[in-house]
Design a protein around this ligand. Structure first.
Ligand code: NAD
Length: 243
């Protein structure tokens, strides 16, 4: 189908060794992109399953590591900022060291990486930036104050980049997963037995999201079919968030 392929494009997926990142990497690869699976942990098992897939190590909390990665990766047309960390604790008991980590990984890392890779996209006249935030940033999420705040920072960044880079053919959008069936969801829900089932029952579509649900939207936003969509924040949450 016209405009739905990514042949000849090079995509970086951060946090690509994780559940949602691996699904995004697989989707972009199936659409024809050459995918760089970037993560602080070993991404080789994910990259090895993709034709032309490459694994790369990057620690988004470290500006030096981000610079080294961006300097070595070569041409990049698509960046999916998917890596994220969440520390769950009541806000009044939360540790500023945890806030620092979430700011560094969830917001500063994407800022630094975009600063380094966007000039190449604008020079070539085509690019896609997709920021994976969270429904928790749109609606608030108990026990996840710093996570929600740092993920909400992506809204302002993505919209600003959408304005600054539009004339160069670069779009910039945010995808907000709702509760998605992943080890991360199990981890953040561990304190309350039965919480995951309770969450699923409260979702209008009556099930948790899957990594493939999220990947489907991210992949679409990277295609030429989505060339007129920019500056948007879109939830993939089974109807939990409807604004
Ligand atoms: P995950 O923990 O499986 O994946 C996150 C990945 O980010 C991991 O592979 C991890 O190694 C990587 N990462 C962490 N710190 C990093 C760093 N310093 N540098 C580079 N990579 C780093 O989690 P997931 O469920 O696949 O989540 C993917 C994204 O979706 C995250 O941004 C998360 O916040 C977001 N999200 C998830 C859910 C959910 O229910 N699972 C809901 C809303 C949003």
């Amino acid at each position: 189908m016209d405009g739905l392929r990514l042949d000849g494009r090079v995509a970086v997926v951060t946090g690509g060794a994780g559940a949602i990142g691996a699904a995004i990497a697989a989707d972009l690869s199936a659409l024809g992109a050459e995918v760089v699976v970037a993560d602080v942990r070993d991404a080789e098992p994910v990259a090895a399953g993709l034709p032309g897939g490459r694994a790369a190590v990057v620690d988004l909390a470290s500006p030096a590591s981000v610079e080294e990665f961006a300097g070595a990766v070569g041409r990049v047309d698509i960046v999916v900022h998917n890596a994220g960390v969440s520390i769950v604790e009541p806000f009044t008991e939360s540790d500023p060291a945890g806030w620092d980590l979430m700011w560094q990984v969830n917001l500063r890392g994407p800022m630094l990486l975009t600063k380094l890779l966007l000039p190449g996209m604008t020079a070539r006249g085509w690019g896609r930036l997709v920021f994976v935030s969270s429904d928790g940033a749109r609606a608030g999420s108990g026990g996840e104050g710093a996570y929600a705040a740092t993920k909400a920072g992506l809204f302002g960044l993505a919209k600003t980049l959408a304005r600054e880079a539009a004339r160069a053919g670069v779009t910039s959008n945010v995808v907000c997963p709702g509760p998605t069936d992943t080890p991360m969801l199990q981890r953040v829900s561990a304190a309350e037995p039965g919480l995951v089932d309770k969450i699923a029952r409260g979702i209008p579509l009556r099930r948790l999201g899957t990594p493939a649900d999220v990947a489907g939207l991210v992949g679409y936003l990277c295609t030429d079919r989505a060339a007129y969509i920019t500056g948007q924040t879109l939830s993939v949450s089974g109807g939990v968030t409807m604004h």
